[in-house]
Write a protein that binds this ligand. Structure first.
Ligand code: G3I
Length: 317
C-alpha cells in the first residue's frame, strides 16, 4: 500500500507533502504527486506566503495559491495553508518603522483575514504564526514583535478564526523537537494562549533533521505539547546528509524516517506527517546548506529510496 493509505490505516488523518507551483509543469513529478493514496495532504511551499499573496498593501494575488488549492481539491487531498505571519518572505512594505502599533494590527488583521477568507472551507489547517522564537528561546525581534510585542500572535489567531472558523489554527516552529529553551518558550506561549482562550488548535513540528541526529525526545515533545490540549503534526519533515549519499547514509536515513513516523504514530494527537517535498529533485536543502542534500524519501530521479520503505514500515507496524 502507499503512504497515505498506510497513515490512515494507522489512525492518522494524512501523509502529505509540500509542493511548489514551478514543479507542477514536470509531468513525471505530477504523475507521482497526483495520487491521494500516496499523498493525502498538500502544503504550498511558497505561494501562500505574504510576499506572494499581498505584494503591495491591499493588493492581493492568489493565482499561485489557487493552483495548489485546486490541485488539492481535484486530487481529494487536505490542504495546509502556509502561512499568515512570518518574519521571512515578507514584502518590503511590511518592515520596521513603517507602522504604528495600531496600523500594524490592522495590517495583520487584513492580511490574515483576507487570506483565510479566500480559502475558507478549503484548508484543513493554517500555519497562522510561523517561527516566532529564536533558538535560545527569546522572541524573534521581527517587525511584528518590535511593533506589537507578543500580542501579534493573538491578533493573527483571532483574525484567522473569524475568517475561517473551521480551519485548525497552528503555530509552526522548528527546533522544538527536543527539550530546550526554544521548546519551553513555545510551550509556555501555548499554555498562556490556551489560558486566555485565544483560538489555537495545533502546534506544527517542522522537523528539518540531519541523518543520524533525529532527536530521541521527539515523541515526548509531541506528547508534552498535546497535553496542553492542542493537536500536533509533523509539518515539514526532511532528513539531510552531507553529500554524496552512500549506502550507509541511506540506511541510517531509513532508520531516521522510521523513528519520526513511529513517534507521530504513537501519539494520538499527532494528526499527520508532511514531508517538505517528496523528491530530492525539488528539496530546498541544497540551496540553503551547501554540500548537503538527499533529504527526501525519493531521489533526484523520482526513485524511492530506502527511507520510503522506512516510512511505510513504521506506519504498518
Ligand atoms: O521566486 C524567485 C524567482 O523569481 C527567482 O528567480 C529565484 C532565484 O533565486 O528565487 C525565487 O524565490 C525563491 C523561492 O524559494 C521560490 O522558489 C527564493 O530565492 C528562495 O529563498 C525560496 O526558498 C524557500 C524558503 O522557504 C524561503 O525561506 C523554499 O522554497 C521553501 O521551501 C522554504 O520553506 C520554509 C518554510 O516556509 C518554513 N520553514 C522552513 C522551510 C525551509 O526553509
Amino acid at each position: 500500500a502507499k503512504l497515505n493509505t498506510l497513515a490512515k490505516a494507522k489512525g492518522k488523518l494524512y501523509f502529505g507533502t509540500a509542493t511548489d507551483n514551478s514543479e507542477l509543469s514536470d509531468a513525471a513529478y505530477t504523475a507521482i504527486l497526483d495520487d491521494n493514496a500516496m499523498f493525502g495532504q498538500i502544503t504550498p511551499a511558497n505561494s501562500m506566503k505574504w510576499d506572494a499573496t499581498e505584494p503591495s498593501q491591499g493588493q492581493f494575488t492568489f493565482s499561485g495559491g489557487d493552483q495548489i488549492a485546486n490541485l488539492a481539491k481535484t486530487n481529494g487531498m487536505l490542504l495546509r495553508g502556509h502561512n499568515c505571519v512570518w518574519y521571512n518572505q515578507l514584502p518590503s512594505w511590511v518592515s520596521n518603522g513603517k507602522f504604528t502599533a495600531a496600523q500594524l494590527t490592522s495590517v495583520i488583521q487584513t492580511h490574515c483575514s483576507t487570506l483565510l477568507t479566500h480559502y475558507k472551507g478549503q484548508a484543513y489547517a493554517w500555519d497562522v504564526v510561523n517561527e516566532p522564537f529564536n533558538d535560545d528561546g527569546t522572541w524573534r525581534t521581527d517587525v511584528f514583535y518590535n511593533t506589537l510585542g507578543t500580542s501579534y500572535v493573538q491578533i493573527a489567531l483571532e483574525a484567522a478564526r473569524t475568517a475561517d472558523p473551521n480551519a485548525k489554527l497552528y503555530i509552526n516552529e522548528y527546533n522544538i523537537e527536543y527539550a530546550g529553551a526554544k521548546a519551553t518558550s513555545l510551550l509556555n506561549l501555548v499554555k498562556s494562549l490556551k489560558a486566555a482562550s485565544v483560538p489555537l488548535d495545533g502546534v506544527g513540528f517542522q522537523s528539518h533533521f540531519i541523518v543520524g541526529q533525529v532527536p530521541t525526545g521527539l515523541q515526548t515533545q509531541l506528547s508534552t505539547f498535546a497535553a496542553t490540549g492542542v493537536e500536533v503534526a509533523i509539518t515539514e519533515l526532511d532528513i539531510r546528509m552531507t553529500l554524496p549519499s552512500t549506502a550507509a547514509l541511506l540506511a541510517q536515513q531509513k532508520t531516521d524516517y522510521t523513528n519520526v513516523i513511529k513517534a507521530c504514530a504513537s501519539v494520538e494527537a499527532c494528526v499527520g506527517v508532511t514531508v517538505w517535498d517528496w523528491t530530492d529533485k525539488y528539496s530546498w536543502v541544497p540551496n540553503t546548506f551547501s554540500g548537503q542534500g538527499a533529504a527526501c524519501p525519493w531521489d533526484q530521479n523520482l526513485v524511492k529510496k530506502p527511507a520510503y520503505d522506512g516510512i511505510a514500515a513504521a506506519f504498518s507496524s
